[in-house]
Design a protein around this ligand. Structure first.
Ligand code: AMP
Ligand code: MG
Length: 397
């Protein structure tokens, strides 16, 4: 039943616009590569047996009968005692079975003959048809993220457009009477909205498209208005704030009023316990709590994998690292903290941020990962293993 929420349609996109998209179909080799025998060097296409034991002291002279250059193959067949000038990438003329590089000859002179200064084995400096890829080979599997390598290979095989998954359309909204946009003055008790800026960037990094975004007052009418449009037009709705137990936390109420089916509300995790997840028609709805660390981590741990699934992307399993410092495990909740992971003598090691409050967004500045522990008694100790979810745009040093 859930699967239909995850199936996004595909669309054809010109090759030059496919970077960072996810392939919706296998790409198969339309021809062998190389598609014809060609020269790996600038030199002379020869018949290896004609050259025997040629050397600088005892050169062999061959008759130059034609020129084969990249894009202009020679039609002439090479006979005994003959050769052709043959440039890098040019087709090997019929009859020739090796290439002598120009440095081992008397050179590309305007002469009807050339002196060859070395012997060659059959096949030398020839890139043979199909040596890299055979026609019909699977080049790139469906679900692969398109990068320079994939674009390059698709161009190599002549694909001018590719089928990719459509980007999920996302609505993001924040709630809170206290929220003010950066650029305005703060009055007493007000704070700047930061979560929507974080969501917008994360959504784009997750390869989705934010089509609606707003900060909404803690007021049911405004919430209803935004949400009914979002539910009708978006694949995913993500909110921040307003799903806790506060007097003005109306987001869940309005979701329910609008017919959203609640799958769960409240998760045994810290931070981010009041997380809401529901569905409406074919829309996934994530109600993330307002604290900036809760909503950031909630996005990375819950929303990001859902977007990857919708795109049909191959799943990346998290890494396991060894703690270098203690980690504050919880008895009945999963515990998430921003952290740093790095390689020490080839082993992945890590430590959590020292700022543990869910309001302390600066804990994400130095972080390159999210560390998380299962519930359990007592702190995790240095030397213990822990799950490391590396933020894909950061680096492990
Ligand atoms: P709530 O989940 O609405 O109870 O909010 C929890 C905390 O997160 C409160 O301190 C809010 O002021 C704060 N908060 C809510 N939304 C945002 C936001 N968009 N940006 C920054 N902080 C927020
Ligand atoms: Mg609030």
């Amino acid at each position: 039943m859930m699967a239909r929420y995850f199936q996004l349609d595909q669309e054809k996109v010109p090759l030059s616009a496919t970077a960072n998209r996810v392939l919706a179909e296998d790409v198969v080799a339309s021809m062998p590569s190389p598609s014809f025998d060609n020269s790996a060097m600038d030199g002379f296409a020869v018949r290896a047996e004609d050259i025997g034991r040629a050397s600088k002291e005892n050169p062999i002279t061959l008759k130059v009968v034609s020129i084969s250059s990249a894009g202009s193959p020679s039609e002439l067949e090479i006979g005994t005692g003959e050769c052709a000038q043959c440039m890098t990438g040019a087709a090997i003329p019929n009859g020739a079975d090796a290439v002598v590089m120009v440095e081992d000859t008397s050179g590309f002179l305007d002469s009807k003959s050339v002196q060859i200064f070395c012997e060659v084995a059959v096949g030398k400096h020839i890139r043979t048809k199909g040596e890299e890829i055979s026609e019909g080979d699977l080049l790139i599997a469906k679900g692969t993220l398109v990068t320079a390598s994939e674009i390059g290979i698709c161009a190599t095989f002549g694909y001018e457009e590719l089928s990719v998954s459509q980007k999920p359309k996302i609505a993001i909204f924040g709630t809170g009477d206290e929220l003010v946009e950066p650029g305005n003055d703060l009055k007493a008790g007000q704070i700047y909205n930061s979560n929507l800026y974080v969501f917008a960037d994360l959504a784009e990094k997750a390869r989705a498209e934010v089509v609606m975004g707003d900060v909404i007052k803690d007021d049911k009418d405004s919430l209803r208005q935004f949400l009914s449009k979002a539910l009708a037009t978006c694949n995913v709705v993500i909110s921040s704030g307003g799903v806790s137990m506060g007097r003005y936390d109306y987001v869940r109420d309005v979701f329910m009023e609008l017919g959203v089916k609640e799958h769960f509300w409240k998760v045994a995790q810290k931070p981010g316990k009041p997380l809401f997840f529901g569905t409406g028609n074919s829309t996934l709805i994530f109600g993330l709590p307002g604290n900036p660390v809760s909503s950031y981590i909630g996005f990375m741990e819950w929303v990001w994998p859902a977007i990857e699934t919708m795109l049909g992307e191959k799943e990346n399993s998290p890494l396991t690292g060894i703690l270098m410092e203690t980690f504050p495990r919880e008895t009945i909740k999963h515990r998430f903290l921003f952290g740093q992971a790095w390689l020490d003598d080839g082993k992945l090691v890590c430590k959590p941020s020292t700022k543990v409050g869910s309001h302390m967004l600066s804990s994400s500045l130095e972080a390159n990962c999210i560390l998380s522990s299962e519930p359990g008694d007592g702190q995790l100790q240095p030397g213990d293993e822990i799950r490391v979810n590396v933020m894909p745009w950061k680096h492990i040093q």
